[in-house]
Design a protein around this ligand. Structure first.
Ligand SMILES: *Cc1c(COP(=O)(O)O)cnc(C)c1O
Length: 363
């Protein structure tokens, strides 16, 4: 796939990566006098494995993918940033994404001085492929898709995703952060078919490890090879590698969490839809619900006053009036329902701002 490598920035293609002496030695039980570490075992005195071999082997089993097709980052955010840095020449190249979607694609593009082009989803929150590809020119290196999409909570049509991967001459990054909650399968099984596909997954959601920051990118060996060459050598700390490795043995626990969350999602959608103040709920294939209120700012303030924090998406493109509500435990969800049942209906002012702000400090 030399074709793909021609998409790289020149400096990245010719990069000689940092190499540690430990890179060339993979045996155990050696006398380690190569890295200027402290020799006294405390037991965090040694640098972590820069290639995360054990952790990747476990992920390889779980995901049924060869180790060589796996990149591990400090959250998915690291993979997003590295992909932009590897492929996009600042001030010249551009990336294309759907709108609305996860905010980090734009932040990373902006930080890197890379133009960010947006293709609005249609009325059913699906991608209009023609519109999206019409934004592409010879400097378009990456397309970002997210399925199930944040914040719209739906999965994108798999036929359209496949068509885009086949038609776009650059790299398609498909963010599957919510795939464990979806009724649709991952594209990971199709990696062989699509050399220009990069799939992002994370341990932050279903696996319950947002705290350790562990993101995964699955792609052909050319692309994972590039990401591994340009990452910080020790990007995943020793405790984080150990914790991830250990917790990945509890797939059953993860599965039962997912089951509970999906169960609760159904119950919440039903209960919320019975409340007069709820105007709409989007069909969700993820672990959150998009709920439309007539007065979202007032509802948000009211909930905040009760120390229930939900995400305001009411000013987001195509999401006018919506709050994004994560599915919590049954107890947490019930406290949200109870609060909303107690909500005294006060309208937002004509600018869409909360009337509660000044008037009702009790909230
Ligand atoms: C939550 C989320 C992630 C996870 O990011 P991490 O850096 O791995 O925690 C990635 N993509 C989307 C769309 C998300 O909503």
């Amino acid at each position: 796939m030399t074709d793909l490598l021609t998409l790289l920035r020149d400096n990245i293609r010719s990069l000689v990566p940092y190499s540690s002496a430990r890179d060339e030695y993979s045996g155990e039980q050696a006398t380690l006098l190569d890295a200027n570490e402290n020799p006294y075992n405390n037991p965090l005195n040694r640098y972590p494995d820069p290639r995360q071999v054990k952790l990747k082997e476990r992920i390889s089993e779980i995901k049924n993918l060869p180790v060589g097709n796996i990149f591990l980052g400090n959250g998915s955010d690291e993979a997003i940033d590295l992909l932009i840095r590897a492929f996009c020449e600042p001030g010249r190249d551009n990336v294309i994404a759907i709108k609305p979607t996860y905010g980090m694609y734009k932040v990373c593009a902006d930080v890197n001085g890379v133009e960010y082009r947006e293709a609005s989803l249609d009325g059913s929150f699906q991608v209009d492929m023609k519109k999206l590809l019409s934004l592409a020119d010879e400097n378009s290196k990456l397309v970002f898709l997210c399925s199930p999409n944040n914040p719209t909570s739906n999965s994108l049509d798999h036929n359209i995703i496949s068509d885009i991967i086949r038609s776009f001459r650059g790299i398609v990054v498909l963010d599957e952060a919510y795939i464990d909650f979806s009724i649709l399968p991952s594209f990971a099984a199709k990696l062989d078919q699509y050399p220009n596909l990069v799939i992002l997954q994370t341990l932050s959601k279903a696996w319950g490890m947002a705290g350790i920051r562990l993101g995964m990118a699955f792609a052909g060996k050319d692309i994972t090879g590039v990401l591994n060459r340009i990452k910080y050598p020790y990007n995943i700390s020793l405790p984080n590698q150990q914790i991830a490795l250990e917790r990945l043995s509890y797939a059953n626990e993860k599965d039962s969490w997912v089951k509970n969350i999906l169960d609760q999602r159904g119950k919440m959608a039903l209960e919320l839809s019975r409340l007069p103040l709820v105007k709409n709920i989007l069909p969700s294939d993820a672990n959150f619900l998009m709920v439309r209120f007539e007065n979202p700012k007032s509802v948000l303030d009211f909930l905040t006053g009760k120390r229930i924090i939900v995400r305001d998406r009411s000013k987001v493109h195509l999401c006018s009036g919506y709050l994004r509500i994560t599915i919590g435990t049954a107890e947490e969800n019930n406290s949200l329902l109870k609060a909303l049942q107690e909500y005294p209906n006060v309208p937002d002012d004509k600018n869409g701002n909360s009337l509660r702000d000044e008037k009702s400090p009790v909230y």
